[in-house]
Design a protein around this ligand. Structure first.
Ligand code: FES
Length: 129
């Protein structure tokens, strides 16, 4: 957090369970911003609810695991599977996916959600704005 930022209380810790999400609108120095706060692997992540594609509400989409394809030694498909070690959110407008840990599209790392610093103390979640 920089000296010009302030912490905004966005909710109680129990509002964001493991693999859960909270979407909130906060006021910054430049206006209102909607954020998605996610918890994965015990950590919190906060992203602006604005898709890097065309500005859709990316944080309000379906939460899924990354789909991977298993290959044998000769690169033949053994089928698809969900990777339980990842958590993605899918923008409801056109289906762009974002990893909730990195905020990046898995196939287009140049596309990313805007990050906000998030912290938790005394059962409350706070975001730096
Ligand atoms: S605006 Fe999100 S996928 Fe197009």
């Amino acid at each position: 957090m920089t000296t010009t930022e302030r912490l905004v209380d966005v909710g109680a810790s129990q509002d964001v369970p493991e693999r859960g999400r909270l979407v909130v609108e906060i006021t910054t120095g430049t206006g209102a911003v909607t954020l998605g706060v996610f918890r994965f692997g015990g950590r919190l992540y906060a992203w602006e609810n604005r898709c890097a594609h065309q500005g859709g509400p990316a944080c309000q989409g379906r939460i899924v695991h990354r789909v991977t394809e298993r290959l044998d030694d000769e690169q033949r498909s053994l089928g698809l599977r969900f990777d339980e070690d990842t958590m993605h959110v899918v923008c409801p407008w056109h289906g762009f996916e974002y990893d909730v840990v990195t905020g990046r599209h898995p196939g287009r790392p140049d596309l990313a959600l805007r990050a906000f610093e998030v912290s938790e103390e005394g059962g409350r979640i706070r975001v730096a704005v």
